[in-house]
Design a binder for this molecule. Structure first.
Ligand SMILES: [Cu+2]
Length: 340
């Protein structure tokens, strides 16, 4: 019976396996750029030269990070908080944290205490002095049924939210999601915005002194952040130009490999504005530890201003010009009316 139930669970898990494999080996739809800009010589942003700087100037200042939000916590933030996950700012992150705090930890704690209690009981009650003649009992149907059924229930209780979380992590972004492509280079990140006039941001780590001077965590702060709108679905795509990197931001429950020649993509919705730090999470060479990720989520209107400041355009902006035409028509129509 135990084997039959285990086989059923294995079959259930296997049903999800092709899903994850399919997501991992998504075919490349965009070729990886063969020529990576040199890290040192890279311009701050690859904004077109004809972008109007007068309009852009002063519309964007990097947001100051909130201590303890979107960054690792230390002992001063509280002993417990320094030992567990960072606070989560995405739906999947909150679900995962609930699963950890509300299901896994209680189950682990209860099992540990039960086993410890049983061991102590056996040591005290059935030692050689207190129990010189050992029992010769070999079978007990009732207890065997219980210790088969109870673990099955525990496994099902863990499996349901676990498989739910797995499935949610592979949810396809909606058609209107904002696309941002993160490309890993040795050793920095490049962010391109295909929906916003192909603007490109090259992001290098700030040295520690400069980061601290700006009030940001050392070795996590960057010169140019990946700026995104908050509260709207994002289609994050990752690829790499040289070796495998991984794009990971713990407080957003986001981690995805950046593989040369492949384009991986995943849905991410950041629930509130803020600065969220992460790091490359695939050993990629000598400076692997020095290619941090800083995501700045802005309210959509401020994101649009940032796009302008980078010399990009918002999707549908081309459509905005014809939309303005009826106003002109109305004015033209009003003129003869006034003349009459
Ligand atoms: Cu890397």
């Amino acid at each position: 019976m135990k084997n039959a139930i285990l086989a059923a669970i294995a079959a259930g898990l296997a049903a999800f396996a092709p899903l994850s494999v399919a997501a991992q080996v998504a075919p490349t739809t965009t070729p990886v750029e063969a020529t990576a800009p040199a890290a040192e010589a890279a311009p701050a942003t690859a904004a077109p030269a004809d972008a109007a700087p007068a309009e852009a100037a002063g519309t964007y200042t990097p947001m100051a990070p909130t201590k303890g939000k979107g960054m690792p916590t230390s002992y001063e933030d509280g002993a417990l908080k320094s030992m567990t996950f960072q606070d989560q700012y995405s739906e999947n992150g909150k679900y995962a944290q609930w699963m950890h705090d509300g299901i896994l930890m209680p189950v682990i704690t209860a099992i540990s205490l039960l086993v410890l209690g049983l061991l102590l009981y056996v040591v005290v009650r059935f030692n050689r002095i207190r129990n010189p003649v050992a029992s010769r009992t070999t079978h007990n149907t009732a207890i065997e049924v219980i210790w088969t059924i109870v673990p099955v229930i525990i496994l099902v209780v863990i499996a349901v939210p676990s498989i739910t979380l797995l499935a949610r992590q592979y949810e396809t972004p909606p058609a209107d999601a904002v696309t941002i492509k993160a490309t890993g280079y040795q050793w920095y990140w490049g962010y391109t915005y295909p929906d916003h006039g192909e603007i490109e941001v090259i992001s290098n780590m700030l040295d520690e002194g400069e980061a601290v001077r700006r009030g940001e965590p050392g070795q996590l702060a960057v010169d140019n952040r990946m700026v995104v709108p908050a509260g709207v679905p994002l289609r994050i795509q990752t690829t790499a130009s040289d070796v495998i990197h991984a794009f990971a931001v713990p407080s957003l429950w986001f981690k995805m490999d950046a593989v040369p020649g492949r384009l991986n993509e995943k849905l991410l919705t950041i629930e509130e504005p803020g600065v969220y730090y992460g790091q490359c999470s695939e050993l990629c060479g000598a400076r692997h530890a020095y290619m941090p990720i800083a995501i700045e989520a802005l309210p959509p209107a401020e994101f649009a201003a940032w796009v302008k400041a980078q010399g990009g355009s918002m999707p549908g902006e081309e459509a905005a010009a014809p939309a303005a035409a009826p106003a002109v028509d109305a004015a033209a129509a009003a003129a003869p009316a006034a003349a009459r």
